[in-house]
Design a protein around this ligand. Sequence first.
Ligand SMILES: Cc1cc2nc3c(=O)[nH]c(=O)nc-3n(C[C@H](O)[C@H](O)[C@H](O)COP(=O)(O)OP(=O)(O)OC[C@H]3O[C@@H](n4cnc5c(N)ncnc54)[C@H](O)[C@@H]3O)c2cc1C
Length: 488
Amino acid sequence: MTEGRTYDAIVVGAGPNGLAAAIELARNGWSVAVVEAESTIGGGTRSAETTLPGFVHDLGSAIHPFGYASPFFRLLPLEDHGLEWIHPPAPLAHPFDDGTAAMLERSTEDTGATLGPDAEAYKNLMDPLVEDARRIEDTLTGSPQAPRHPLVLAVAGLRSLRSARGVAEVMFEGEKAMGLLAGNAAHSFLPMEKRPSALFGFVLGTLGHAFGWPLPKGGSQKIADALASYLRSLGGEIYTGVRIRSVEEVPRTRTVLFDVTPRQLLDIAGVHFTGRYRRALERYRYGPGVFKVDFALHGPIPWKAEECLRAGTVHLGGTLDEISAGEAAVARGEHPDRPWILLAQQSLFDSTRAPEGKHTVWAYCHVPNGSTFDMTGRIEAQIERFAPGFKERILAKNISGPAELERQNANLVGGDVCGGYMDLRQLLARPMIRLNPYSTPAEGLYICSSSTPPGGSVHGLCGYFAARAALSRRKRGLVTGARLDELC
Ligand SMILES: Cc1cc2nc3c(=O)[nH]c(=O)nc-3n(C[C@H](O)[C@H](O)[C@H](O)COP(=O)(O)OP(=O)(O)OC[C@H]3O[C@@H](n4cnc5c(N)ncnc54)[C@H](O)[C@@H]3O)c2cc1C
């Protein structure tokens, strides 16, 4: 720690976006320090032994299609700093009650082969999107490439602004393809009848084919650790156990980037904002919460559809109608009997995650924001339905409802893991409609969390764009005056 030093920028919060912002600033020659409230870095991308010794569970993110495909992360030498991606043979399995499963495979053809009557429709829909996915990524990283299928992309763009049900019922005839699309669309936390839930279905499917849905060897903490190691190699500093409660507490600097959500930003910096900006932050909406269970097992999950063992991620919820009913119940403030479940089985592909022969499972379902209802029994019943004998394999479990998640990370307001609701309005107005959504009306203060575009997931793009916004402004006078050595 450097006593009484003035930094070009301070980043508050060491989540993936905070670390990404700090890296982009440091890459451009700025002196940067990151201050993190918790005792470990990573925010939503951390791992720990939460059940039994030797079982490494992800506290937040588990599977990383966005992290792997992130045009910003791809610019960084993260592999040199310890990050190793593991690609399960299949990105995703979606089992049904009859003991079969729709599989999202790397190839659209192999995926189609699991979708009965919709094999051809699926391939025709996805092939052009997959072909253009890499070109779009190149464009974002500064080497523009014209899309190969501009018309198809435009049509897909318009289609993805619709609801998942609207698209599924027009595009497909069988339950498998509809269920697969609904499972991906449920990542939006939106009801299947609400726009733009289809967008999440298209994007996740496209990423699965174009890039895969990999996991970091050793746990998601390794992403944060690699970002932190690279940041330090650029001269950046990181201090943990420093919770910032007001702008005046921020160490001496000219620029502050906050990796926090609007509610916290209001508390920390509200007095520096215009009334209009304050009101927009007050009106910012949070989405449903998450109820999560980590399981330690003495064997792999005994799936009825054995091909599920080839996939890193499994979506449980069966048909479009069932997933739709569950997500609609959550939107009404209820707790579905048969929730849609997002499940990851990392240890099948990463032997560092559990003692030999043993396994870790990461599973969550959606619940109303701030819910205190215990969903453990319903999550276990839903897994058991597709894998009879699952419960007998449980050695230990660790349960995190919304309150516990928020206790671990203040950004998870009411258990919302996306930094705010992601309907069409709030995807565009994030945190509000503004020429530069990362800047605030207060000179030198920026927001860089997933409450800015492009929103939730581990990709670092919110941080990257916020840093670019800060870099594009001239350095001005000091905005804060606390001494870092007094805070730590
Ligand atoms: C249970 C769960 C499952 C998820 N699954 C996935 C997944 O599989 N794949 C995926 O891509 N994404 C997933 N996500 C989402 C992903 O983790 C987030 O979108 C991402 O971490 C957001 O990054 P961020 O930097 O904006 O915020 P965060 O990662 O939340 O980091 C914010 C940081 O700021 C710190 N902070 C907050 N307030 C203060 C303060 N006042 N002073 C100092 N520090 C402060 C926090 O402690 C935290 O470390 C999941 C999240 C959770 C919680």
